[in-house]
Design a protein around this ligand. Structure first.
Ligand code: ATP
Ligand code: MG
Length: 442
């Protein structure tokens, strides 16, 4: 019995009282995606296993160790998406979107599934927001993508988040680099973990991303990709930096960043913070010029990033960044008697129709308990209706913050009167807090 009231390890619930936090950051992301010209794509939560094996890459941790894969009753192997890029890329190909014009700019919100050891900032079900841009090899696109991520963090008022960028070259320059890496790691064959040993031949760059302390220690002394970049990749990387400089974005070049996907090329980047412990990467992305071809399409240079929503919220909480709760109740109407309840219901209906949050008693509480409840839900105004009020045709609205009271007519002019009252008192508080000049307040 206990099983059905316990969630699966590594998953989290977002309860009604917390969801405004998610909605706030999601709205900022949606808004920023719109400003940068990205439109949302929604893809299924599961796909053919083969898609991720190819799209994420056989030698990655995700594919080798972390996927939720199962065989269906129809004997197909399907996998819960471990990330958002492969599904989006599949949809782009399946619907032949490149025929409709380039670039294709898509944004997504996805839940992701990875069988990892649950810990702070590492879950088995987590959520990502991402942007993808298909069909451009211009460094302007790399810079625009990074700017979009930076704008989101700026709007959310995140502090102490640094951007680290690198170039991991193209298949041409990487062939030389792989040789050098292989020669280097071969000296430490007896110390590398088993997974890294298996990567030595297929994709030695993956070893640079290994989380085992011994492998990462060895990786510190490995040759750097930056010394092996071909002219074209060098130039691309320099251009990306030029555009970032032009936009006033701060970054550092970190030659050890290689990122998790196998098909990353050229630019890779991460936004990292020290404030939430070991899992400090909030956003990761880069270019994957070979991905679409790997999935069976024509050559279509592409790029994207994904940010972890849970980690982002952790940073905001840690940094004490206040998130406004727009779901607060504007008006709570307390009632005494059935007639009053009917009147309240009529008024509430009018108020709700114009988009304000309004509530009344639905559990049969007495007047005092209703007022206590109104206070608990943070109602901005309360109104009590009983026989007296019904007879007089007026009721007093109380501003719960200031204690100020105002009489409102209980007829067809109620809605206008309430909205006016709210407006006039909001302006009061507004100028009290921000002064007369409110030009810099959104
Ligand atoms: P890490 O190095 O932390 O394992 P990753 O390289 O596997 O990250 P990506 O595949 O690039 O991560 O995913 C992008 C973002 O998604 C990460 O930067 C992080 O914010 C978030 N993320 C990844 N894995 C998890 C997880 N298991 N739980 C919560 N968030 C995650
Ligand atoms: Mg990982």
């Amino acid at each position: 019995m206990a099983l059905i009231t316990k969630k699966i390890k590594g998953t989290e619930d977002v309860l009604p009282k917390q969801s405004y936090r998610w909605q706030f950051i999601e709205n900022v992301m949606r808004e920023e995606a719109r400003i940068y010209g990205f439109k949302e794509i929604r893809t299924p939560v599961f796909e053919h296993t083969e898609l991720f094996a190819r799209g994420v890459g056989q030698t990655t941790d995700v594919v080798q160790k972390e996927m939720y894969t199962f065989t269906t009753k129809g004997n197909e192997s399907v996998t819960l998406r471990p990330e958002g890029t492969a599904g989006a890329a599949r949809a782009v190909l399946e619907h032949a979107l490149p025929n409709e014009g380039l670039p294709i700019k898509a944004s997504y919100f996805v839940s992701c599934y990875r069988y990892e050891k649950p810990q702070a900032g590492r879950l088995r079900e987590f959520h990502q927001f991402g942007l993808e841009e298909y069909g451009t090899q211009s460094p302007v696109a790399d810079a625009e993508l990074i700017c979009a991520a930076q704008s989101i963090f700026d709007r959310l008022r995140l502090k102490d988040l640094h951007l680290e960028i690198n170039s991991i070259g193209c298949p041409t320059c990487r062939a030389e680099y792989h040789k050098a890496l292989k020669a280097y790691f071969e000296q430490y064959k007896d110390q590398l973990c088993e997974t890294c040993l298996s990567r030595l031949d297929k994709n030695p760059m993956r070893i640079l991303d290994c989380k085992s302390p011994i492998c990462s220690k060895i990786a510190e002394g490995a040759p750097r990709i930056t010394e092996y970049l071909c002219d074209e990749c060098k130039e691309h990387f320099a251009s990306v930096q030029k555009y970032l400089d032009a936009a006033g974005i701060n970054y550092i070049v970190n030659p050890t960043i290689v990122r998790g996907l196998d098909y990353y090329t050229k630019t890779v980047f991460e936004f990292v913070t020290d404030c939430i412990g070991a899992q400090g990467t909030v956003c990761g992305g880069g270019r994957y010029d070979g991905l679409i071809e790997e999935l069976g399409g024509n050559h279509l240079p592409s790029l994207g990033f994904a940010m972890g929503m849970e980690r982002l919220l952790m940073v905001m909480e840690k940094q004490g960044i206040e998130i406004p709760d727009f779901s607060e109740c504007s008006l709570y109407i307390a009632t005494m008697g059935e007639k009053a309840q009917e009147k309240a219901f009529e008024l509430l209906h009018n108020i709700r129709e114009c988009g304000e949050t309004a509530e009344t008693d639905v559990v049969g509480r007495g007047l005092r308990a209703q007022m206590k409840y109104a206070d608990k839900i943070g109602a901005k105004y309360t109104l009590v209706i009983g026989d007296n009020e019904l007879n007089e045709g007026f009721a007093e609205a109380k501003n719960m913050e200031t204690g100020k009271k105002a009489k409102l007519p209980l007829d067809e002019s109620f809605l206008d009167s309430f909205l006016n009252l709210q407006l006039s008192e909001e302006t009061d508080t507004f100028s009290a807090v921000f002064g007369k000049d409110n030009s810099d307040v959104e």
